[in-house]
Design a binder for this molecule. Structure first.
Ligand code: UTP
Length: 287
């Protein structure tokens, strides 16, 4: 089995659901308490053993590139605590891990964004992580997916149980057998009406693919929203390949939506060792 070391972070979307915050600031740089969403996603990937981090960036996304640089500044004027913090910031990306940045000239959809990484991915399997899906899990959800990939030697996508009424916000999967937490896909539908949803399992933003997804994305034509949709690429791939869906252990926050983002900040704030107790007291006075 080829070693899984490459991961794609598509971060070139417009983030229109989060305007005006995302007019000049990347959605992926919005902080949950004190850490940007993209850093949570990167740390989860490094923890799962990925060493080649491929960012698909676009217009107004330069802050992401800057964030993972070492600033290499002299801190001689700062006190010890601040120097230690600055050094920590310079070491978000450990030795042996590389960041590769590719531009998506136009935001033509998630499938199109992933396809931009084809020359770098080559013949290797790869993962995809959408940073605006923040997932609180131990072990991290990418680690869980890698384990399932090694078990099946086939592509595995993360899914979670959703309210049927929310079907039109997700890719919804179909299977002949929903008896276990790892099921073989027989179909996938992008944002169906609740009445037409084949199950209550919605796709969330973590995937591991055999490299041939790229071949199918190349054949994928413009779909919903006049975008190259990842779901359409997966649908084509499914005709000739096994794909599994895994119901991961963990709590997911849709931080591309304002409510999901606020929920994540409350939960991560309450868990924060320094801020948690004071935030809890404050929230008690509000409810
Ligand atoms: P979303 O569906 O959340 O789209 O993309 P978006 O543009 O970021 O946000 P809204 O819907 O306008 O509010 C899912 C992921 O795919 C990336 C986004 O950056 C996000 O991580 N994406 C989407 C791209 O990289 N390129 C695209 O053309 C579209």
């Amino acid at each position: 089995m080829a070693l899984l070391k490459k991961i794609i972070f598509p971060v070139a979307g417009l983030g229109s659901r989060f305007l005006p915050a995302t007019k000049a600031t990347p959605k992926e740089m919005l902080p949950i308490v004190d850490k940007p969403l993209i850093q949570y996603a990167v740390e989860e990937a490094i923890d799962a053993g990925f060493t080649d981090l491929i960012f698909i960036t676009g217009k107004s996304k330069r802050a992401i590139t800057d964030h993972f640089d070492s600033s290499l500044e002299s801190f001689s004027n700062l006190d010890e605590k601040k120097v230690s913090l600055m050094n920590e910031m310079n070491n978000i990306i450990p030795k042996g891990v590389s960041c590769i940045y590719i531009r998506q000239g136009e935001p033509l959809g998630l499938g199109h964004a992933i396809l931009q990484a084809k020359p770098v991915v080559g013949n290797e399997p790869f993962a995809v992580s959408l940073a605006d899906d923040l997932i609180d899990a131990a072990p991290g959800v990418l680690k869980q997916l890698v384990e399932k990939y090694e078990e099946t030697n086939d592509s595995v996508i993360a899914v979670q149980k959703i309210d049927k009424s929310d079907s039109n916000k997700y890719g919804i999967i179909d299977s002949n057998n929903f008896d276990s937490d790892l099921v073989k896909l027989t179909g996938i539908v992008e944002k169906p009406d609740p009445d037409f949803a084949p199950s209550n399992l919605g796709v969330v933003g973590r995937y591991v693919f055999n490299n041939n997804l790229m071949d199918y994305l190349e054949k994928t034509t413009f779909g919903a929203g006049h975008e190259i949709q990842l779901t359409d690429g997966i649908k084509l791939m499914l005709k000739q390949n096994n794909i599994y869906a895994y119901s991961f252990e963990g709590r997911r926050y849709d931080c591309g939506s304002k409510l999901g983002y606020l929920m994540a900040n409350v939960d991560y704030g309450l868990k924060h060792t320094e801020l948690g107790p004071a935030l809890k007291e404050y929230l008690k006075t509000k409810i």
